[in-house]
Design a protein around this ligand. Structure first.
Ligand code: ARG
Length: 428
């Protein structure tokens, strides 16, 4: 409303100048939609929303009066997003060590991690699995302004079979430890989807194969029948949510795509058939191709089980090769890192791997902006610097199109119009 009014006023009273609250002067601006760059642009921001992007000439003509943030020596791009994080996880606590952390304690860990993530330039994240509804609480605390963090799209509890990757298999029977998202059978899984929605989830995550870090599961083994997967996806879609599947093995990936999932997490051993199915169905792949390095170098010290390290040795390199095949085939690639397995705030380390394994720097940036935006149903709202988008803006000294590793250390972060890092930020 305010925007419409100021537009009107500026139109009828041009001598009054252009009312806006902040202007960012961008030396180089990355246009993520077009896949090009522009130079010397002025980004007008009002009430946390981008209202216009002007050339120098247009900007001078309009006589804008506002606080100016001068980033004329920097490359400016939309805030990044990550389709696969676990904000409530502590990367130093794997395996049995995780059992020492209560759910409320995990939520507090999430407070710290949300801040780190935002400061690293990731202004939106999809949290694909958290104990109970700690991710929903984080989202709400951030929205209410109690804590700072990225925009969070929470999945609540990841849904999985008894004894599967999304269950808790660490303790013997008599302890009765069961993952909050465990359900078996088409009606039971529908119930879990409904319950997640009831308590605030905005996306549904389920486990369609075994995993690396879970005890007693096999990467190649499908979890859930096709019928159960169809029930999960159908129920999620019916309630207006997207569904994403954790899947490493070929069979689980193919079944989940056939069941209609919107995205596949990991997709490590995706076959040519799986790539063809993904292309046919418009399924997005969210492949965490950095994390293997962390698991194999620091995982043991963090408590990762020997059997998990062994599974990682089988899957890590293969996943990168399959990433390359998927990129070549033209499958839409999301940026998803699995931060939480490794330290939050280091999400940007994955860019260099995505480029090393086949993407151009522009494509890797598009994965973390426009492709994720579409996957999150936030097309036009995030991932672009254009009128109507959230004022989530980052900048780096070095041009990331020349050296994508520049995104590992972001020099300026604005979220919702507030400067979090860099010029114009307030000490906190
Ligand atoms: N959370 C995942 C799992 O336990 C991590 C997989 C990491 N490895 C990889 N190569 N992406 O299965």
């Amino acid at each position: 409303m305010k925007t419409a009014l100021s537009l009107l006023l500026a139109f009828i009273l041009p001598s009054a100048g252009w009312a806006t609250d902040t202007v960012i002067r961008a030396g180089t601006l990355i246009d993520t939609k077009a896949g090009t760059t522009l130079s010397d642009r002025y980004i007008l921001i009002e009430d946390g929303t981008i209202t216009d992007v002007l050339s120098e000439e247009e900007y001078t003509r309009r006589a804008v009066s506002a606080t100016m943030i001068d980033l004329s020596d920097m490359t400016v791009l939309p805030g990044l997003s990550d389709a696969h994080v676990h904000l409530t996880s502590d990367a130093t606590l794997h395996g049995y060590r995780r059992l020492t952390r209560s759910t409320p304690r995990a939520a507090i860990t999430g407070v710290r991690n949300a801040k780190r993530t935002l400061e690293a330039g990731f202004t939106t994240v999809r949290n694909v699995g958290a104990p109970d509804f700690t991710d929903v609480a984080l989202r709400d605390a951030i929205t209410d302004g109690d804590i700072i963090g990225p925009q969070v799209i929470p999945a609540g509890r990841a849904i999985g079979i008894t004894g599967g990757h999304c269950d808790n298999n660490l303790l013997p029977y008599e302890y009765g430890a069961v993952g909050g998202g465990v359900a078996d059978g088409p009606w039971e899984v529908r119930g879990k989807v409904r319950e997640n929605k009831k308590y605030g989830a905005e996306v549904i995550k389920f486990c369609g194969t075994g995993g690396v870090l879970s005890k007693g599961t096999t990467i190649g083994a499908q979890q859930f029948t096709l019928e159960e997967m169809e029930a999960i996806v159908d129920e999620a879609h019916q309630l207006g949510m997207k569904a994403t599947v954790h899947a490493h093995g070929e069979r689980g990936i193919n079944s989940a795509i056939r069941a209609g999932v919107d995205s596949v997490e990991h997709a490590s051993l995706i076959s040519d058939e799986g790539i063809r199915l993904a292309l046919e169905n418009g399924t997005v792949l969210s492949m965490d191709i950095y994390v293997s390095d962390y698991i194999l170098s620091e995982g043991e010290a963090a408590g990762i089980l020997p059997a998990s390290l062994e599974k990682e040795r089988q899957v890590g390199k293969a996943q990168r090769e399959r990433f390359q095949a998927a990129v070549r085939a033209g499958v839409p690639i999301a940026f998803g890192s699995d931060a939480g397995v490794y330290k939050h705030g280091l999400n940007g380390r994955q860019f260099a791997y995505m480029v090393q394994w086949g993407q151009t720097p522009m494509q890797a940036i598009q994965s973390a902006t426009v492709i994720n935006a579409e996957l999150f149903n936030l097309d036009g709202r995030i991932g672009v610097i254009a009128p109507g988008a959230d004022a989530d803006i980052i900048a780096v000294d070095q041009n990331p199109l020349q050296n994508v590793r520049a995104l590992e250390d972001v020099d300026f972060v604005m979220a919702d119009g507030a400067v979090i890092v860099g010029r114009g930020s307030k000490p906190n």
